[in-house]
Design a protein around this ligand. Structure first.
Ligand code: SF4
Ligand code: SF4
Length: 212
């Protein structure tokens, strides 16, 4: 069934075409109001805490290599299944796990930040870099070397001491400090500690207390 929309208007409305006048009045009003759009790329957006941009593997200043220990948590938490890790452990006693391959297909990433949140050693981060479009796919399939280079560029751009960089937004929230892996316990401002938030175990405790 085809229903045609017929605006209701009186004789005067038909004669003066009020809709056209209303449209022109709105255009005129917008001409003198403050724009709500940004003239990108001339005007850059303000990056807020928790921004999820280009992936990077944090370079360990001691070893010069990635901090990654190959625990696979990021790959397991990733809802897009876009993280691939291959690692091996040496035969000698006490040998650490070596990462043979670490890849992120950024084209499949949904920028949820789960990888960053679950990483116990803050090895993977979503930086504040957002301008990295490309015309070829391979350059957006980040290899370990590319991810480390992304980190180097980010550090250079920030120009700050990044040794203990951790984006406070991507600490697991609502958990007691003692329940967090040691590198996640880096001192962050009270605003980001999330202690006021009622989630996870805190929520369960609150519910139990209410039932008593
Ligand atoms: S941000 Fe989310 S989707 Fe992207 S790699 Fe990390 S866990 Fe996967
Ligand atoms: S969670 Fe962190 S340490 Fe574990 S594999 Fe991923 S990047 Fe490496």
């Amino acid at each position: 069934m085809y229903v045609q929309y017929k605006p209701k208007r009186g004789l005067l409305g038909t004669i003066f075409q009020v809709e056209i006048l209303q449209g022109m009045a709105l255009t005129l009003k917008r001409l003198f109001s403050k724009p709500i759009t940004r003239q990108y790329p001339d005007v850059k957006p303000v990056i807020r805490p928790g921004f999820r941009g280009q992936h990077a593997l944090v370079r360990d200043p001691e070893t010069g290599d990635s901090k990654c220990i190959g625990c696979m948590r990021c790959a397991m938490a990733c809802p897009s299944r876009c993280i691939r890790i291959r690692s091996h452990k040496g035969k000698e006693p006490g040998a650490k796990r070596k990462i043979d391959c670490y890849r992120i297909e950024s084209l499949r990433c949904v920028y949820c930040g789960y990888c960053e949140e679950v990483c116990p050693v803050n090895a993977i981060v979503l930086t504040e870099v957002y301008e990295y479009g490309s015309y070829d796919r391979p350059s957006l399939y980040f290899t370990r070397e590319q991810l480390l280079a992304n980190w180097d560029r980010f550090v250079e751009e920030k120009g700050a001491d990044m040794e203990n960089y951790v984006n406070p937004f991507w600490r697991p929230r609502g958990l007691a400090e003692a329940d967090l892996p040691a590198p996640k316990r880096l001192s962050v401002s009270a605003e980001w500690r999330g202690e006021e938030q009622v989630v996870g175990r805190k929520w369960q405790q609150q519910q139990a207390a209410q039932q008593d």
